[in-house]
Design a protein around this ligand. Structure first.
Ligand SMILES: Cc1ncc(CN)c(N)n1
Length: 225
């Protein structure tokens, strides 16, 4: 069993739960309310900038030039390709650049981005790539599953096509190969940290969608004066 197959086996229940979330079920059916998707896209645009920064930090720690180029290329891709998708949906939903700039980053988004930046800045390279992997892998699996269940009339077809598409699949395959290479060479303590980072990142993926579905920003638990 490869290292990433082992990561998958250890997180099977959580990842299946993500596939069954109302957000993803309704996205597949095309019935996800537009205001939910609109809020999600705004948070995701905030998220991608943090994700790209974490990739760039990890790139700086990579053990060889090939891995530097791969992670730096993924950082560029996250900002360019996925942001293009966001621009498409922000145009459709009437989110102006000013409205986006004025939007508040949700607690779930802030928590996930902080986790990635901390893993990349304070963890070693192995931990950083394990934390970054679910962002690639889970979206590809969700995209593929949903693509098999929905048609071109789905209002979220462009989103689905991006994550079910070949270009995204290539970047996921490269990330899986990198984590397999690093995981196979790691000692048992490092592997355990990689497992924990991977599991936490899967949890953050679940939380990001859950929070978007419930349109949460910062759940109110008492006003700060
Ligand atoms: C929260 C989140 N996770 C993953 C992806 C796919 N890069 C994304 N766009 N947003």
């Amino acid at each position: 069993m490869s290292f990433t197959q082992d990561l998958a086996a250890q997180t099977q229940g959580l990842r299946r739960q993500i596939h069954e979330m109302p957000f993803n079920r309704e996205l597949a059916a095309g019935t996800l309310p537009a205001e939910v998707f609109r809020g999600y896209i705004i948070q995701d645009a905030h998220y991608l900038e943090g994700f790209a920064r974490a990739l760039a930090l990890a790139a700086a720690k990579a053990p060889d030039g090939q891995a530097v180029a791969q992670l730096a290329g993924s950082a560029t891709g996250a900002v360019a390709v996925e942001r293009g998708l966001h621009a498409h949906y922000m145009g459709l939903f009437g989110v102006s650049a000013e409205a986006f700039a004025a939007s508040e980053v949700s607690a779930a988004c802030d928590h996930y981005v902080s986790f990635l930046l901390r893993s990349a800045a304070l963890g070693d390279f192995a931990e950083a790539v394990a934390a970054l992997l679910p962002c690639f892998w889970i979206y590809r699996d969700i995209g593929r599953e949903i693509a098999g269940q929905s048609g071109p009339e789905n209002p979220y077809a462009a989103w689905i096509a991006t994550y079910a598409g070949e270009a995204f699949d290539d970047s996921v395959a490269r990330m899986l190969a990198l984590v397999d290479r690093i995981g196979a060479a790691a000692d048992a303590t490092t592997q355990a940290r990689m497992h924990r980072a991977f599991h936490r990142a899967c949890w953050h993926e679940w939380r990001f969608w859950d929070s978007a579905y419930h349109r949460e920003l910062w759940p109110e638990v008492g006003r700060v004066a």
